[in-house]
Design a protein around this ligand. Structure first.
Ligand SMILES: Cc1ncc(COP(=O)(O)O)c(C=O)c1O
Length: 369
């Protein structure tokens, strides 16, 4: 059994660098100028990743990723708006649930979990229902790892004069999105994903005019991004207690992100991790759920072995004892498990993880894959 902390091969929280964790060893005063500068620098660096400084504001928000998604929908969709929610997995279903809870009118379009939504689908749906004002889309649907064709869908939405809200939680920072090429009203992500910070805050890139017109839309005091932004623009401070250590860790993680070579380098490392994972698992006979063309290099879903001696819980515990944390499957119809490619990990760790999986399958006498 390994004595070091296990490596997280999950979609977040994920493995962070020692330098990022070290950045949390300082206590910051929320009123302090130095902390306000940290927040401002964070927002500036985040906007640079999407080339969005001219067109979008970055509005950070305390909480997990879902808080930011809920805040974006609640703030940017007017109470008489209507959202078309595009679904091919659990996070898409969560978007619909958020609309329901917020009392926003919505309709859904669902494809199979291994079938991306297409621009043609969206074109047809928008022609059929002119009352739709906003479209909500998951970029990489983390419940499988499927990538939806964001650019094409965004173009069609713009041609119809409608507004796009993107949940890019598990893709932001690794998969390119240029705010000047891909029209959107909101793109949402969080600290503890591909930027390799720790969890605890989300952020929303909101189109400047849309945010300026969003006063009074929100159902919530704490999750009103209009108020959050207005207060921060005026004072440089967070409106309510900021997650100071999370901000400091994300700032440090961003320094490393830029030192590594920014988005192209991060994308390449994750793509390398993903390729090693797929190749090595294929050698064991373990098949991925998605075809390669729609697989994002973020997280991979594998079919569980058919052998009755395979039980996920025991498999998980044994692989963990060898130093790697895997993730359960999230599909209802097919028995699967997931392995993440993101975090402060490199191809050698991916090789080692699959070697651990091979040993465990042998120990469990799982023969039928
Ligand atoms: C696509 C997507 N949306 C939203 C979330 C938000 O989840 P949470 O609130 O657990 O951070 C996640 C988390 O992994 C995600 O992958």
């Amino acid at each position: 059994m390994s004595t070091a902390e296990p490596i997280l091969l999950t979609p977040g929280p994920l493995t962070t660098s020692a330098r990022t964790r070290q950045a949390m060893m300082v206590d910051w005063g929320s009123w302090d100028d130095r902390f306000n500068q940290l927040t401002a620098s964070l927002c500036e660096q985040l906007l640079a990743i999407i080339n969005g400084a001219d067109t979008h504001h970055c509005v950070p928000l305390q909480g997990s990723g879902t808080f930011a998604v809920e805040a974006a929908i609640g703030t940017l969709v007017p109470r008489d708006g209507k959202v078309l929610v595009l679904i091919n997995g659990a996070y898409g279903k969560r978007l619909a649930k958020i609309c329901e809870v917020l009392g926003r009118s919505f309709s859904t379009f669902e494809t199979a979990e291994d079938e991306p939504t297409t621009a043609a689908d969206v074109d047809r749906l928008l022609q059929a229902d002119p009352s739709i004002t906003h479209i909500a889309l998951i970029h990489c649907e983390t419940s499988t790892g499927i990538l939806n064709p964001l650019s094409e869908i965004a173009q069609v939405i713009a041609q119809h004069g409608k507004r796009l809200i993107i949940d890019a939680m598990s893709s932001f920072g690794a998969l390119p999105v240029d705010a000047q090429q891909v029209p959107f009203d909101a793109l949402i992500a969080a600290s503890g994903k591909c930027l390799e910070g720790v969890p605890g805050m989300g952020f929303v890139f909101a189109r400047k005019e849309s945010l300026a017109n969003a006063g009074g839309n929100s159902h919530s005091l704490a999750m009103d991004l209009f108020d959050q932004h207005t207060y921060m623009a005026k004072t440089g401070q967070w409106r309510f207690t900021p997650p100071t250590h999370v901000v400091a860790a994300l700032h440090e993680a961003l320094l490393q992100y830029n030192e590594e070579g920014g988005l192209p380098a991060r994308h390449q490392r994750y793509a390398d991790n993903c390729r090693v994972l797929l190749d090595d698992m294929a050698q064991l006979g373990l098949r991925s759920f998605l075809p390669a063309v729609i697989q994002a290099p973020i997280i991979v879903t594998f079919h569980a072995p058919k052998d009755p001696r395979y039980q996920f819980k025991e498999f998980y515990e044994r692989v963990k004892a060898k130093g790697f944390i895997l993730y359960p499957g999230k599909l209802t119809q097919v028995d699967t498990f997931r392995v993440g490619c993101i975090g402060h990990v490199n191809p050698p760790e991916m090789h080692a993880a699959v070697a651990a999986i091979a040993e465990v399958l042998q120990e469990m006498e799982v023969l039928e894959i």
